[in-house]
Design a protein around this ligand. Structure first.
Ligand SMILES: [Zn+2]
Length: 297
């Protein structure tokens, strides 16, 4: 599968809430668009990645939905604009009721827009999402109807879906959604395929994140679907991300022990093994900042 490059997503994030109005022009190729430019028309793709399991891609955000004859389980509405398209795409495939809407974590660029799914859907999330609802930017995040602490199994038609909290990783609320019968899992932001963590990992816990990736790598599945990027990965991608985070942590710690400032470390440290990962140029210095912050605490 190929997708248009990620320019749209940059504008989306720069817009803060992830809500960018469709513009009449196509997205420009390859080059990140400056924030002040008009938002490009969204790039949308729906792909069936396992029997009855679909990935909905809207610009650089990905959600997973599961279709059975009896009902649909959807994840991450993303934004009001994305959710309107998302429901349209589900309705192209099935008339079955959308029973569940599961939040992968609380961040508003994934969890906003749930109202579009209507009154009958049950919104499910980890319980820590609730504590973030009053924060800035969370206005369009519909409160969950059902929460859990450690794990919850939902049944949609004849498909069992296991939700398991990953501890404090990219946020305190990220879960892994596991569909054993399809040998597939879905994890947003804590897990990425050949891509650096977002910016300075502001809401993350580095050691908890590594532990969560070890948990993810331990799942006996064929596919692990991330919330960003063009690729679907496996446990090997979780292990690669662990290696990246541990390498980065050790390198930053060593330079801090030598008395280097954050700016000095950002100016001198490079990890060329990861230079071909998505967002290396854009986020590596910010990743250093995040690790430095954690090691300073
Ligand atoms: Zn994200």
């Amino acid at each position: 599968m190929t997708y248009r490059p990620l320019a749209a997503a940059l504008t989306l994030f720069a817009a803060g809430l992830g809500g960018c109005a469709p513009a009449p022009e196509e997205a420009p190729p390859a080059q990140p668009a400056p924030a002040e430019e008009a938002a490009p028309a969204p790039t949308v793709n729906v792909a069936e990645i396992a029997d009855g399991v679909y990935r909905f891609a809207y610009n650089n955000h990905r959600s997973l939905f599961i279709v059975t004859d009896e009902g649909v389980l959807a994840t991450d509405p993303q934004s009001t604009e994305a959710a309107e398209r998302y429901v349209e795409e589900i309705r192209r495939i099935t008339d079955a009721p959308i029973e569940y809407l599961v939040y992968s974590h609380y961040h508003n660029d994934h969890a906003s827009g749930g109202d579009v799914f209507g009154e009958d859907v049950t919104v499910v999330s980890h319980e820590n999402v609730v504590g973030h609802l009053g924060e800035a930017g969370m206005e369009d995040v519909r409160p969950p109807d059902e929460t859990f602490e450690d794990a919850l199994t939902l049944t949609i038609g004849d498909v069992e879906v296991e939700l398991t909290h990953l501890g404090h990783s990219e946020t305190d609320s990220n879960l892994i959604l596991h569909v054993p019968s399809r040998r597939l899992a879905f994890v947003v932001d804590t897990y990425l395929v050949g891509e650096l963590p977002w910016r300075n990992m502001a809401t993350g816990d580095l050691d908890g994140w590594i532990t969560a990736l070890e948990t993810i790598a331990g799942y006996d599945v064929d596919q692990i679907v991330p919330g960003h990027g063009d690729m679907v990965g496996t446990g090997n991608d979780a292990r690669a991300l662990i290696e990246y985070l541990e390498t980065l942590k050790a390198a930053v710690a060593e330079r801090m022990a030598d008395g280097q400032s954050l700016e000095e470390i950002q100016g001198s440290l490079a990890l060329p093994d990861y230079a071909d990962w998505v967002r290396y140029d854009e986020h590596f210095a910010l990743n250093i900042e995040g690790v430095h912050r954690e090691l300073s605490e």
